[in-house]
Write a protein that binds this ligand. Structure first.
Ligand SMILES: [Fe+2]
Length: 381
C-alpha cells in the first residue's frame, strides 16, 4: 500500500490552494509531478465582516429531547446502524451506517435525547451532510434551538451562524494560546452567554493527515467523582463567566481582529441540571469562568484551580475523537467540556472545521434554591 507524502506549500490567502497529497512508491520515490488543485471548500473559509450586532435577547428554549422522551423507542433512529460502539462507559458513542441527512423531525428529536444521555456521538461517513452546504447547516441546527452568532470568530461569507475554526500553513483564525506548554484548554463553548449552547454539531472540511484530534470530558462524571459534602457545597455556589478575554484577543489583532458584539459576562450555577435527563453536571471551565460569587478572591481562585485540575487530570472521564473524512460529531455543551489538540502545526496542513451552535436554556441550578438574579454580575465584584 503506497504511503503518502505531504508536498507543496499553501499561499498566503487561505482559500487559494490545498496541500496536495502525493502518493509515493514502496521505496519512497515520488511517482507524480507536483500539482495544486482548488480547495473544494474555498467558499467556506473564514470571513470577518465589519458588521455590528446588538446584544442577544433572551428567548424560550424548548428542548427537542423532551419530545423524544414520549417516544416508545427513542433510540429507533439507530435501527439501521451497522455498528454502534460505546467509546467509553460513560461518555461517547460512535455510529456507523446512519446518515444524519436521513433523519426526519422525529429522528432529530431522538438524536437530541441520545446526545444528552451519552454526552457525545460520533457519526462516520457523513459526506452527504457535509456537502449540502451552509443553508442546510442552518436548517439542521435550527431544529435544536436558536442559532448562536459568534461575536468574534470567522464564518462563511453570508452565514454568520456558522462558526469556523481554521488553520493552515500561513494562518490561524482560532483562539490559541501561544505561550503555554500545552494546547489543551478545556472549555464549554461561549459559556459567558445568558443562554449558552446545548446540542452542538461540528465537522471538519479539511484535516491534517494525522493529529488535530478533539478531547471531550463528561462534566457529569467529573462531578460524581467528588465527595457528597463537597458536591453539596458546590451546589450552593455561582460563578461569573466572561467573554472579555476572548474579545480582547481579537481586539489585539488576532483571529480576524473583529469584535461584532460587545462582550458580556453572566452568572451561572457551579452545578447545573440538564432539563431533559435531570442529570447534574459541573459547570465551570478554564476559558470563561472567572470568579465564584460571594467568596473571597483567594477562596475562589483555590476552588476553581482545584476543579480545573480535576477536569484536566480526569482521563477516566474523557474520550478522544480521531477525525476521519466525513466525520460529524455532536455533543451536549451542558454536560461536557472539550479541548482542541494543536499537534499538527509543523505539518503545515490545513484544518478547517465548522460548528453549528444552537443556544439552549439558561443554566438550571441543581440547587433550586440558588438565587441567580437576572444573571448580570454585581459590578462591585
Ligand atoms: Fe470549543
Amino acid at each position: 500500500m503506497p504511503s503518502t507524502t505531504v508536498t507543496g506549500t499553501e499561499q498566503a490567502t487561505p482559500a487559494a490552494t490545498v496541500l496536495k497529497l502525493r502518493p509515493t512508491s514502496e521505496n519512497g520515490t515520488e511517482n507524480g509531478a507536483q500539482q495544486e488543485e482548488p480547495y473544494r471548500y474555498a467558499h467556506l473559509v473564514p470571513h470577518f465582516s465589519e458588521d455590528r450586532y446588538p446584544p442577544l435577547v433572551p428567548f424560550d428554549h424548548v428542548d427537542p429531547g423532551f419530545r423524544a422522551l414520549r417516544h416508545p423507542n427513542p433510540r429507533s433512529f439507530l435501527d439501521n446502524a451497522t455498528d454502534v460502539v460505546e467509546i467509553t462507559p460513560y461518555l461517547g458513542t460512535e455510529v456507523h451506517g446512519v446518515q444524519l441527512t436521513s433523519l426526519d423531525s422525529d429522528g432529530r428529536d431522538q438524536l437530541a435525547l441520545e446526545v444528552a444521555r451519552r454526552g457525545l456521538i460520533v457519526f462516520r461517513d457523513q459526506h452527504d451532510f457535509i456537502d449540502r452546504g451552509p443553508e442546510y447547516y442552518r436548517e439542521w441546527g435550527r431544529h435544536f434551538g436558536r442559532l448562536h452568532i459568534h461575536p468574534t470568530s470567522g464564518h462563511p461569507a453570508g452565514y454568520p451562524e456558522i462558526h469556523l475554526v481554521y488553520r493552515d500553513a500561513n494562518s490561524s483564525f482560532n483562539f490559541e494560546i501561544s505561550d503555554s506548554i500545552t494546547s489543551t484548554y478545556w472549555h464549554t463553548d461561549v459559556s459567558y452567554e445568558l443562554q449558552p449552547p446545548g446540542l452542538t454539531t461540528f465537522f471538519l472540511l479539511a484535516q491534517p493527515t494525522t493529529g488535530g484530534d478533539t478531547l471531550f470530558t463528561s462534566q457529569v462524571r467529573t462531578l460524581k467523582k467528588l465527595s457528597p459534602p463537597f458536591i453539596e457545597f458546590l451546589k450552593g455556589l455561582k460563578a461569573i463567566h466572561s467573554g472579555m478575554e476572548q474579545a480582547n484577543f481579537s481586539k489585539s489583532g488576532k483571529r480576524g481582529a473583529t469584535v461584532r458584539r460587545d462582550p458580556v459576562e453572566h452568572v451561572h450555577p457551579l452545578v447545573r441540571r440538564h432539563p431533559v435527563t435531570g442529570e447534574e453536571a459541573l459547570y465551570v471551565n478554564r476559558q470563561f469562568t472567572r470568579r465564584i460569587v460571594g467568596l473571597k478572591k483567594e477562596e475562589s481562585e483555590t476552588i476553581l484551580k482545584f476543579l480545573y485540575d480535576h477536569i484536566d487530570k480526569g482521563g477516566d472521564n474523557q474520550a478522544r475523537v480521531k477525525w476521519s473524512p466525513g466525520t460529524v460529531v455532536l455533543w451536549d455543551n451542558r454536560v461536557t467540556a472539550h479541548s482542541a489538540i494543536v499537534d499538527y502545526g509543523e505539518s503545515k496542513e490545513r484544518r478547517h472545521g465548522a460548528r453549528i451552535t444552537p443556544q439552549a436554556e439558561r443554566p438550571i441550578p441543581a440547587n433550586p434554591g440558588l438565587d441567580l438574579g437576572d444573571g448580570k454580575p454585581d459590578p462591585r465584584l
